[in-house]
Design a protein around this ligand. Structure first.
Ligand code: GRF
Length: 204
């Protein structure tokens, strides 16, 4: 099976990107990161990509440019590179329906809560404010909603009394770095089977 060609989208730190790259470099994932795309030229993850010899591209929305056109530009760029999988690793823009439809069940996102609880921004703060005893992280395919797409993998972590947002976020992030590469690996091995809202993992 030929290695999948992956585009990773980031807006900042890029620790999930680094975790996935680490597993690829260990030979654990049958894929390669072809390009890292950022909407933020100052994203730390871009430097890391560059140091690792990965093509980097910054896409900023032009003033007055419709969002659909912005993502159409990105989509053309991805097609030129024959991208099989888009990985959203802390990318802070919501994708538009045109690109979602083109890459249906081929866009993975990581969210720092156990969806469907606490979608959107500040998920860790939402969990603390609500008073849940467990939170965690979710890898899911993107659909047209906000963090509503079919769930691929989840991992739970306890919420401790006295947790700050940073403490909980750190505990969740450790699990993100485990399940995101695992989900990418399953995708690259063609082991994810989507049926409506359900994502099944092929045993062999
Ligand atoms: C992570 O918490 C992820 O769950 C959320 O954005 C953050 C990205 O962190 N979607 P990093 O850039 O991968 O370090």
């Amino acid at each position: 099976m030929r290695p999948k060609r992956i585009a990773v989208f980031i807006s900042g730190r890029g620790s999930n990107f680094a975790a996935i790259l680490g597993e690829i470099n260990k030979g654990e994932i049958n894929g390669r990161i072809t390009v890292v795309i950022s909407d933020n030229p100052a994203a730390a993850g871009l430097r890391y990509a560059d140091e690792n010899g990965i093509e980097c591209a910054v896409f900023q929305k032009n003033r007055g440019e419709p969002k659909n056109d912005y993502f159409a530009r990105i989509s053309t760029f991805l097609k030129e590179r024959n991208i099989d999988l888009i990985v959203l690793a802390g990318f802070m823009k919501l994708l538009t329906p045109n690109i979602i439809q083109e890459y249906r069940n081929r866009i993975l996102n990581i969210h720092p809560a156990l969806l469907p609880s606490f979608p959107g921004v500040h998920a860790q703060k939402q969990a603390l404010d609500y008073g849940v005893k467990f939170s965690g992280c979710t890898v899911h395919f993107i659909d047209e909603g906000v963090d509503t797409g079919p769930i691929v993998l989840q991992e739970a972590v306890p919420v401790h009394q006295g947790d700050t947002e940073e403490m909980l976020a750190g505990r969740i992030l450790e699990k993100e770095h485990k399940i995101f590469p695992r989900a990418v690996k399953l995708f690259c091995d063609n082991k994810l089977v989507s049926k409506g809202r359900h994502v099944y993992i092929k045993e062999r």
